[in-house]
Write a protein that binds this ligand. Sequence first.
Ligand SMILES: N[C@@H](CCC(=O)N[C@@H](CS)C(=O)NCC(=O)O)C(=O)O
Length: 234
Amino acid sequence: MTSIRLYDLQVRDDRRPSPFCWRAKYALAHKGLPFETVPVALTDIPAVAGGTHKTVPILDDGGKIVSDSWAIADYLDEVYPDRPRLFGSPAERALCQFVETSLIASAARPILLCYLKDIYDCVLDKDRDYFRQSREKFIGCTLEELASGRAERIEAARAGLESVRLTLKGGAPFLSGAHPGYADYIVAGFLLWIALVATAPLLQSDDPLLAWLARVQDLHGGVGRAVPLSAMVA
Ligand SMILES: N[C@@H](CCC(=O)N[C@@H](CS)C(=O)NCC(=O)O)C(=O)O
């Protein structure tokens, strides 16, 4: 029996789309640590693990509670130093942060705006009012108004992933080089998120990202393999 539990955002049909939770699942798998996920609704997060955390992922390692995907990765490297490291050095960690911020600036925001209404349509009934109110406050219009401009935005979202494509063009199997690393998990987490909620394709079928994403899905015993990509691919 494992004692590691990961609180993982749940939406309809027990899908688990959270990009930040994906990173944490990959981080645990990378370390070779067995874990179980605990499904949690958005509006139940404040009641999890003592009630002091506002977001998932939240890790419970035999009673030690850690929240935030970066803090979880750091914790795992610190507490399990003999297992494969997520960050080989502070420099690698800093570069992974750069990957995250670059992705947020170039792709994640347009992607979020394209798919926010799809995400709303997937959240559990109990979360719908909270999701609508919090996200409409954030974007400054209704989810329906946002969705009506989606077609033009998808092009921008697809183009925002160009730095990932160009990196992979270098020939290495992973963004982190010959072996997969946290940068791969960051980018794959965003794409698996969309694959689980999309009602319109983000990628063309000949997109070179797809071969890389399939490789990442197959890693560590296939931690992301069950996610169908078809809804995200034209
Ligand atoms: N910086 C956090 C962000 C986590 C995050 O935003 N998680 C979302 C789910 S994808 C969440 O829990 N949102 C709670 C809410 O919207 O109330 C991390 O890296 O773990």
